[in-house]
Design a protein around this ligand. Structure first.
Ligand code: HEM
Length: 294
């Protein structure tokens, strides 16, 4: 018969075999605080875990709401990383930009993994609370819109739904008029001696960026050169981001197909047909098309 396992902590004790082990009493965590705990002061968990106001009695709605809230938090982190990267590029600090983009890639993986609880919803399950959502739709997510703006997918009309929320509207308006992350990348490539066309560098940054053959040629040049060069590594970090955003869009599309087929969306769009069009677009398009010329 084997010896009973020693407890990892606790005082000396008697086993059923009469063997006593002397153990060290480890320091236990502090229990007494004057006000709220330092954890609460930092994490605001009390606020965060009381924001789940479901709109129906269906027990399946809770995970729909929390998944949406979790995704909003990831959007917030990703926007922070991309804004950090854009700022770093503006001051020619490519290592800081690459580090932020790499962090964002791991965060996008976590974001995409959070589709799991909703990925297999059946129409009957979704119908159990869908009508309670009224006209509410992720299309109205301001933080998602900031992500799209940073990728170059600008559109002034996307500010309209947020007229009633001054802080959100102001943040979106600022983001609309700032160069996108991709604009900053192309400006950096120009400063590094690449022939980025003037039309690209001087464009109105509040408009949607369209693919440009001159930018494709620049990426083909970068990818034909030293793969260890900063610009090549920047290109790969951006490609990782582009792929993961494309995956989010496609996972969303498939979850929507499963949950509601071809019905119109709660936000008023054609639903799946509209999402299919959005999901077909490549993020940083020239980074993909340039590969045919390397
Ligand atoms: C399975 C559950 C879901 C279904 C059936 C669904 C359905 C739809 C549909 C039909 C649209 C098109 C706009 C509309 O008419 O509403 C849309 C847009 C959108 N949804 Fe969802 N959605 C789901 C879950 C989520 C979740 C959890 C999020 C996380 C925040 C989300 C975020 C978005 C965003 C950001 C858009 C706008 C996309 C764009 O502008 O390209 N959706 N959704």
């Amino acid at each position: 018969m084997s010896q009973p396992a020693r407890p990892s902590h606790g005082s000396a004790y008697e086993t059923s075999y009469g063997t006593a082990y002397a153990t060290h009493e480890p320091e236990t965590p502090h229990l007494d605080f004057d006000g709220t705990t330092p954890y609460e002061d930092y994490v605001r968990a009390d606020v965060l875990t009381h924001l789940q106001h479901t709109l129906s009695d269906d027990p399946g709605e809770m995970v729909f709401l929390v998944t949406t809230q979790v995704m909003e938090l990831w959007f917030t982190v990703v926007v922070h990383e991309w804004e950090t990267a854009a700022r770093a590029l503006r001051s020619d600090d490519v290592p800081t930009a690459i580090a932020a983009l790499k962090r964002s890639a791991r965060e996008l993986e976590a974001l995409n993994a959070s589709w799991r609880p909703l990925g297999q919803l059946t129409p009957a399950q979704f119908n159990s609370y869908r009508s309670a959502l009224g006209e509410g739709s992720g299309f109205q997510s301001a933080m998602y819109r900031r992500m799209e703006f940073l990728l170059g997918e600008k559109s002034a009309s996307m500010l309209v739904p947020h007229r009633g929320a001054p802080r959100v509207h102001a943040e979106l308006e600022k983001a609309l008029h700032e160069p996108s992350l991709y604009d900053e990348v192309l400006r950096l490539l120009a400063r590094r001696g690449h022939a980025v066309p003037d039309a690209v560098l001087d464009r109105d940054v509040s408009l949607r960026r369209e693919p440009h053959a001159g930018v494709e040629a620049v990426w083909a040049e970068v990818y034909s050169g030293d793969p260890a060069a900063e610009t090549a590594r920047l290109g790969e970090a951006l490609t990782d981001v582009a792929e993961l955003v494309w995956r989010w869009r496609n996972d969303h599309l498939v979850a929507t197909r499963r949950a509601m087929g071809a019905k119109p969306g709660t936000g008023g769009s054609a639903g799946v047909a509209w999402l299919e069009k959005r999901a077909r677009k490549n993020v940083f398009p020239e980074l993909w098309t340039a590969r045919s010329h390397v």
